[in-house]
Design a binder for this molecule. Structure first.
Ligand code: DLL
Length: 433
């Protein structure tokens, strides 16, 4: 029996959804045009005014918005409400220069929580469940989003945050957690740790809601089998609110996008041309109910496809495939957004040549980031102890830039293979997509 949190919305007719989208888009465009100078200028540059936008059919007239716009406008440039109406910020995991800050009014938080509540109920959650939230709390949206959703459902919420595996497992056993929310890699690690401790019989988990990073069907089966649960995918991004932009139902055949709040388009990442349903391209979102930080045609850089065929769960909202890659070079390592250019910046600042390689692998279900860096001939002639000290310094500098540990290996000059075309800077051995 399918479970819905808001059946009248989740199973609304396509006509009704289209009606909401038309009405809300017109309102949002006017709202940003009147309140955000950055948008007004961008629209004026493209020769569009709010009067040109009468329905979703006119969406393609609006300019795209990218992460660079968000950085240009940092911190308040895209704020569409007075700061005194905002009650929260969240931020992406990037570092200083790359940070994106999103603002929320109480109304924005309520709607975001509802989106997460839909995901929890779709995974079988009710007020009788114990929802164990092991996503990070703080600036990251994972913890706060699923926490808010669980409150809306009325479940007992365990705000565990990430880490401290021992304590996670203890609470899981003692309090009878039934739904686990965390990244899929942490779920896999928890599963192994539970089995290693012989506690598999003592846990009562029935479902997991896993997202924030790419994970394969093989990984899903592995986690499902080890924990004896059904594993549901959930997708979202800070800029558009956080988790719950889309979520999987029991059919596990793609994630339903909450179309009463977000309009999805798929574009060719090179030309910006809108592609027909079913074709693979870059996912673009327009948020149509947000007050403080509404984004029009935001390019997510996630590559995926949309599926509008009816889903047997009864939900009528379009489904997106799992992301199949990115149209930029961003890596997600241990849930943190990492750009190769950040690593390069650190290396150059420390006097290294721009010959380096970034290797990402997964060991024991945990991501490992390794940076191979060529030394200059002068550095190479230094004593071994000096080389070790240099490695140590680089680890510190990279940690300060990225926020996560990267293993550093200094290698002899000219040992990193030179490429004849584009340099192959990143080797991702994780087979994520
Ligand atoms: O990862 C929000 C989130 C938290 C989603 C908890 C799901 C669960 P950001 O840190 O801004 O936000 O990272 C957003 O993560 O553009 C995708 O590239 C990737 N991503 C998010 N969910 C998935 C998923 C959160 N289910 C970026 N599968 C997005 C694959 C995902 N990639």
């Amino acid at each position: 029996m399918p479970n819905y949190y808001q059946p009248e919305i989740e199973c609304a007719s396509r006509e009704q959804i289209r009606h909401w989208q038309d009405e809300r888009l017109v309102h949002t465009v006017r709202h940003v045009y009147e309140n955000v100078e950055y948008y007004r200028k961008k629209m004026q540059k493209k020769g569009v005014t709010p009067d040109d936008i009468r329905s979703v059919d006119d969406l393609c007239k609006l300019p795209f918005l990218t992460k660079d716009d968000l950085r240009d406008a940092y911190p308040y440039g895209l704020l569409a409400k007075p700061l005194s109406d905002c009650v929260r910020i969240q931020s992406t995991s990037g570092t200083t220069g790359r940070r994106v800050v999103a603002f929320y009014t109480q109304h924005d938080i309520d709607l975001w929580d509802e989106c997460c509540a839909r995901a929890i109920v779709a995974a079988g959650g009710t007020k009788d469940d114990v929802v164990h939230v092991s996503y990070g709390y703080g600036l990251f949206t994972g913890g706060p989003g699923l926490n808010g959703g669980s409150h809306k459902v009325g479940s007992l919420t365990l705000p565990m945050s990430s880490g401290n595996t021992e304590r996670q497992i203890q609470f899981m056993c003692d309090l009878g957690s039934t739904i686990l929310c965390c990244t899929p890699s942490y779920a896999a690690y928890l599963a192994e740790s539970i089995i290693e401790r012989g506690l598999r019989d003592q846990i009562k988990l029935k479902a997991g809601i896993f997202g924030a990073e790419a994970w394969s069907e093989e990984m899903r089966h592995d986690i499902e089998e080890k924990l004896g649960i059904k594993a549901y995918d959930i997708y979202g991004l800070t800029e558009i609110s956080g988790p719950g932009v889309s979520f999987e139902c029991a059919e596990q055949g793609g994630m339903h996008i909450n179309e009463d709040h977000f309009i999805a388009e798929i574009i060719d990442p090179n030309t910006g041309e809108v592609l027909p349903d079913g074709e693979k391209g870059e996912l673009v979102f327009t948020s149509i109910t947000k007050e403080a930080f509404p984004l029009l045609r935001y390019r997510t850089r996630d590559i995926c496809a949309l599926n509008r065929t009816p889903c047997s769960c009864g939900r009528t909202h379009v489904r997106m495939s799992k992301p199949m890659g990115r149209s930029d070079d961003m890596l997600i390592v241990k849930g943190v957004n990492v750009f190769p250019s950040q690593i390069e910046t650190v290396l150059l600042a420390q006097g290294y040549p721009a010959n380096y390689q970034i290797i990402v692998s997964r060991e024991n279900n945990s991501d490992l980031l390794e940076v191979l860096v060529e030394m200059t001939p002068e550095m190479f002639s230094d004593a071994l102890s000096t080389v070790s000290a240099r490695e140590h310094d680089l680890v510190g500098a990279l940690k300060a830039m990225l926020g996560i540990y990267a293993k550093v290996r200094l290698v002899a000059p000219k040992t990193i293979t030179r490429s004849e075309g584009k340099a192959v800077r990143v080797i991702d051995k994780r087979n994520l997509y």
